[in-house]
Design a protein around this ligand. Structure first.
Ligand SMILES: Cc1cc2nc3c(=O)[nH]c(=O)nc-3n(C[C@H](O)[C@H](O)[C@H](O)COP(=O)(O)OP(=O)(O)OC[C@H]3O[C@@H](n4cnc5c(N)ncnc54)[C@H](O)[C@@H]3O)c2cc1C
Length: 456
């Protein structure tokens, strides 16, 4: 991050469109190259004559598909092939600017002045904090930081995995992904994934023998998906169980006939895997536990987590040398974008942002930044395809005249952006390097490396 900041010497250069020329085609700026932005882009390119520029904060495209989706779920990452084909097929109409942060390198207002339409698709990337005394102790990290680290986010700090007792706070899939990666790492089964070698070697040496996954509410409220949950129960050498009260078990069983199919199947898996753990490696799913305090040693390193058991009203203390919390995300609203009372983007309808009448561009939003961090890629795809239809229909009868020289602006501001061609070069090198050890790719893990490849 430091290197990235250093490389940006943004002066007081005005954002001027030096290459402004008449064009009969409308221009769209997309903020964020995750699934939401890319699916909308794909739909729009097929249905309209828009020229599209995609701005991405990371040095590489595709958001959580690269830096969130679990490395042992490579089939989910195949969605990248669709985006690859879109960029290759639309070279004349579609440009990518990675390593460009909207709000810092270019402002949102500048985008609205330079494009006919702006689509916000910048995700929801700030983890909600645990907010209890001691939560800033060493080796207390958010699930998204841990996931980002093993997925190769550049320059991410390395957690201390010598911990034998790990506590994960949260009852969603991110918590399950963290537990599964920690439980499977030492078996060597992640070697063919795309976890960068240097990070995999840290994971493989993990001393973790005990994982507690804590839920604030009862087991009926979990947000796990069935596939991820089953995977945890199937991990060899690990005994994973829901340790729940008789009342909770009875309630789960009694609820079964009333549940819709998906929830019923999930609840059946929960019921089937209740009990008490035993053996060398154990993963306990515990409920009604509310974190109260993180206790650190004299070096500031986490050692215990104090929780309140709201079922028994007792305080419990768990040994804990690595604490991962995944209790949701906060949505950041870019400067200049209107906010509602919930501190989310103020939407006029499902896809249009409630801009004031003076705003020169049509502004839309989709994906996690528009509707909160909910749903998987398929949900995002459906929503974004709807947004693409709306944008295409809004522009049927208008004529347009703006052609921003965004390359010039970025160059003037010394922003070292990474284009589609530069990314494809990086992509090829990562794939070639990965092949040497039977992996899909060996990811670059430093900003310096991405930027040096850009200059080759
Ligand atoms: C850990 C994790 C695992 C997941 N696993 C799965 C899975 O296995 N299967 C599945 O279907 N779904 C999975 N999901 C859900 C899926 O990732 C989301 O549904 C999807 O990524 C949301 O898409 P998005 O485009 O809204 O956000 P993102 O994917 O977050 O994309 C937003 C992009 O905007 C960029 N950006 C942010 N701010 C700026 C800015 N100021 N300027 C420019 N660019 C910016 C970000 O860098 C990012 O690339 C997972 C989610 C997480 C968190």
């Amino acid at each position: 991050m430091f290197a990235k900041v250093l490389m940006r010497r943004i002066g007081n250069i005005q954002f001027t469109y030096k290459t402004r020329k008449l064009s009969s085609k409308p221009r769209l700026a997309i903020v964020g190259s995750g699934p939401a932005g890319m699916f909308a882009c794909n739909g729009l390119l097929r249905k309209s004559n828009f020229l599209v520029d995609v701005f991405e904060y990371s040095p590489v495209p595709f958001g959580l598909v690269r830096y969130g989706v679990a490395p042992d779920h490579q089939e989910v990452k195949n969605v990248i092939n669709t985006f690859d084909a879109m960029f290759e097929k639309n070279r004349e109409r579609l440009r990518l600017y990675c390593n460009v942060k909207i709000g810092q390198d270019i402002t949102f207002d500048e985008l609205t002045r330079g494009y006919d339409a702006v689509l916000l698709a910048y995700g929801s990337y700030k983890a909600r904090k645990l907010g209890v005394p001691g939560c800033d102790s060493k080796n207390v990290i958010s699930g998204s930081d841990f996931v980002g680290w093993y997925n190769g986010v550049p320059n991410a700090p390395t957690p201390d995995l010598s911990a034998s007792n790990v506590v994960i706070v949260g009852n969603g899939n991110v918590a399950l992904d963290c537990a599964r990666v920690l439980s499977t790492a030492s078996s060597g089964s992640l070697r063919i994934s795309d976890i960068p070698d240097e990070r995999l070697s840290v994971l493989e040496k993990t001393a973790t023998k005990d994982i507690k996954i804590l839920g604030r509410r009862g087991p009926e409220n979990v947000s796990f998906t069935i596939k991820e949950l089953r995977e945890q129960f199937k991990i060899q050498e690990w005994d994973s169980k829901l340790e729940i009260s008789e009342t909770d078990l009875k309630n789960l069983i009694e609820s079964l006939p009333k549940l819709e199919r998906k929830k019923k199947r999930l609840t059946e898996v929960l019921v089937k895997n209740t009990g008490t753990t035993s053996g060398l490696r154990q993963c306990h799913f515990l409920f009604h536990r509310v974190p109260k305090e993180v206790v650190a040693d004299s070096n500031g390193m986490v050692r215990e987590l104090v929780v309140e058991n709201t079922e028994t009203s007792k305080t419990e203390t768990f040994p804990c040398e690595l604490l991962i919390y995944s209790i949701g995300y906060e949505t950041l609203v870019l400067d200049g974008v209107p906010q509602n009372e919930n501190k989310m983007i103020d939407m006029k309808d499902h896809c249009r942002v409630n801009m004031n009448a003076e705003c020169p561009a049509h502004v839309y939003a989709t994906g996690w930044c528009a509707h909160g961090p909910r749903g998987v890629i398929v949900d995002t795809q459906q929503q974004s395809s709807f947004v693409a239809d709306q944008i295409a229909s809004d522009f049927i009868h208008t004529r347009h005249s703006i052609a921003p020289g965004v390359d010039l602006v970025l160059n003037e501001r010394k922003v070292p952006f990474i284009s589609w061609d530069a990314w494809k070069m990086i992509d090829q090198q990562e794939r070639d390097q990965g092949k040497l050890s039977g992996k899909i790719r060996e990811k670059f893990t430093t900003f310096e490396k991405f930027l040096s490849k850009r200059l080759e």
